[in-house]
Design a protein around this ligand. Structure first.
Ligand code: SN0
Length: 316
């Protein structure tokens, strides 16, 4: 694997999930693979879990790891082609990415969407420039439209904790005060559509995701209907795809409470984090028995490690 940016980059989803669970049991078995290899993690946006879990995954594999919060610590990057750089940007992504490729054997990049220009975001303009210019294998640490390391960790978590062979998994929209990317729900949906689960998406009218990510899912605006009999509930806010980046007023009653969970099959509650308490998800759920959000975040290490391991095996 030279690129990990979506579920489509994984030849066999089942086997990478199994591999991640194997690594969880035996984290240091492949340290020889990463010896004298360098992983560079480049952040254009904030991070807690992705940064720490991917760093730990690299260390577990024996790699050297460098982190650059380029948005805060680097030169202001120019991302557009054909502009005279007489403004605030100092360095072009063409040189910056190429230079990073000189120092690293694998690069991870986080590049959130601007949520202004849908074509620019959905063409993955920024992430693809890193792919084009860095010249080494590259891992998405959340791009404009997807968060594949998160989704792989989510599937690993479902596989690990499911109590029946084909669990009912529900992705539910949750309230928020600002427009958030569709990356996490897009990505979760495309991974679930390829997994052996019964998958339903529920959201208020207007928050339809791009159908490129949801083929095979059941979609309903009736949250209770979706929650009935659910084994796993994935909670996440996202802004509208159309009109792009919009949030509509209301829908505060979409926040889950213990009362709302009574119709589920004793559902386990997931969230990628960070989560805003009592806005997106009730504190009583986060602090209660049904929440698996911290366990899920722990599994980010094994997902990242499975991906890096495959890349290292190919580099040789
Ligand atoms: C990001 C998102 O894509 O929704 C990262 C999730 C892993 N989340 C946020 O930007 C949350 C920001 C906020 O103000 O709550």
């Amino acid at each position: 694997m030279k690129l990990f940016s979506s579920v489509n980059d994984v030849a066999d989803v089942k086997s990478i999930v199994a591999e991640a669970l194997q690594l969880k049991k035996n984290p240091y078995a492949f340290q020889h693979l990463g010896k004298n290899k360098t992983l560079a993690l480049i952040f254009l946006n904030p991070s807690l879990r992705t940064r720490m879990s991917t760093q730990k995954a690299g260390l577990n594999l024996g790699m050297n790891v460098m982190v650059l919060n380029i948005d805060k610590e680097g030169w202001a990057l120019e991302l557009r082609d054909g502009v005279i750089m007489n403004g605030t940007t100092v360095e072009h992504i063409r040189e910056a990415a190429a230079v990073m490729g000189q120092y690293a054997d694998i690069i991870g990049v986080r590049s959130f969407p601007g949520l202004k220009d849908r074509d620019e975001d959905y063409n993955e303009t920024v992430f693809n420039k890193f792919v084009e210019y860095c010249g080494v294998p590259i891992v998405s640490l959340e791009s404009a439209t997807r968060h594949p390391l998160q989704s792989l960790a989510d599937l690993v978590t479902i596989e690990e904790l499911k109590t029946r062979p084909r669990p009912k998994v529900v992705l539910t929209w949750a309230p928020h005060i600002k427009p958030l990317p569709q990356a996490v729900p897009n990505s979760f949906a495309e991974w679930m559509c390829k997994a052996d689960v019964d998958f339903t998406i529920t959201h208020p009218k207007g928050y339809e995701l791009s159908t490129d990510f949801t083929k095979g899912a059941t979609v309903t605006h009736n949250q209770d209907e979706a929650l009935a009999g659910a084994d796993f509930i994935y909670v996440k806010n996202w802004s509208a795809y159309e009109p792009y980046g919009t949030i509509f007023p209301g829908n505060e009653n979409w926040m889950l409470t213990n009362e709302r969970l009574k119709i589920t099959n004793n559902a386990k509650i997931m969230h990628c984090l960070p989560v805003r308490r009592d806005l997106e998800l009730s504190a009583e759920i986060l602090d209660g028995e049904s929440s698996i959000v911290v366990h899920e975040a722990g599994n980010r290490v094994w997902a990242a490690q499975a991906v890096l391991k495959r890349m290292l095996e190919e580099i040789g």
